[in-house]
Write a protein that binds this ligand. Structure first.
Ligand code: GSH
Length: 231
């Protein structure tokens, strides 16, 4: 049995749960207690202190991308890495677009814009037991602002962030024009990574509005949810 160590609020955890579900692999979830990470409690499953990570028998893998490639190697069917060098490369590039670019937009809009954060607070409370709710909000805003400002998106004016996300969603819409999946003719690492970030972005009302301007994304979300459910 695979054990998934996760923060339930993390889009990277959603990406891994979807991959496990798509491959039909049973798994247990261990919800990581954030405060205990700094005390070294999870060093054996994540030396970086970042999650998700998995324990699969004697093997431990951390980083969602490495986890998906591990699952592909150990449980090949159904595949999530497209066949053919070009499609495999394209799926990798799209996965990285989601993980390394869209992620900073979802953090900025969902977690540093206070009017959007309320919807996510209860889920955060689960990994921060004992922190009173009124303390939780400033704690999340402070920590996330530090990260997003260091990366850069967090320093942009809000209207520019919204325009960027509109452009990202139009790009996603373009990729889906006339096709069921982002790469090839089946769900792949690209779909799993992108939908997880899109779902996190949807906590932000500005992103939800941008999504309504797309023509193909809603149908694709329903297809991915059906083939690779998030929970
Ligand atoms: N590249 C990593 C990113 C994982 C990541 O950034 N996870 C965040 C939660 S969304 C985390 O563990 N943050 C805790 C920290 O940075 O200390 C992956 O794909 O798994």
């Amino acid at each position: 049995m695979i054990t998934l160590y996760q923060f339930s609020t993390s889009p990277f955890a959603e990406k891994v749960r979807r991959a496990l579900n798509y491959k039909g692999l049973p798994f247990d979830i261990h919800e990581v207690a954030r405060a205990r990470v700094a005390e070294g409690d999870y060093e054996d499953v994540s030396p970086t202190g970042k999650f998700p990570s998995i324990r699969d028998g004697d093997t431990v893998v951390w980083d969602s991308t490495d986890i998906l490639y591990h699952l592909e190697k150990t449980h090949a069917a159904p595949p999530i890495v497209p066949a053919g060098a070009r499609d495999a490369a394209l799926a990798h590039a799209i996965e990285e677009w989601a993980d390394e670019s869209l992620y900073f937009y979802e953090m900025t809009m969902r977690l540093t814009w206070e009017h959007n954060l309320d919807a996510a607070l209860d889920e955060f409370a689960r990994s921060l037991p004992g922190v009173p709710k009124e303390r939780l909000k400033p704690l999340i805003v402070e920590a996330t602002t530090r990260l997003t400002e260091a990366q850069g998106v967090g320093r942009k004016p809000a209207d520019q962030v919204v325009r960027d996300v509109e452009r990202h969603f139009q790009a996603l819409d373009g990729l889906l024009d006339g096709r069921g999946w982002l790469v090839g003719d089946a769900p792949s690492i690209a779909d799993l990574a992108v939908i997880a970030q899109v779902n996190a972005l949807r906590y932000a009302r500005e992103a939800e509005a941008a999504l309504r301007e797309t023509r193909h994304v809603a149908g694709w979300i329903a297809r991915v949810d059906d083939a690779a459910p998030p929970s």
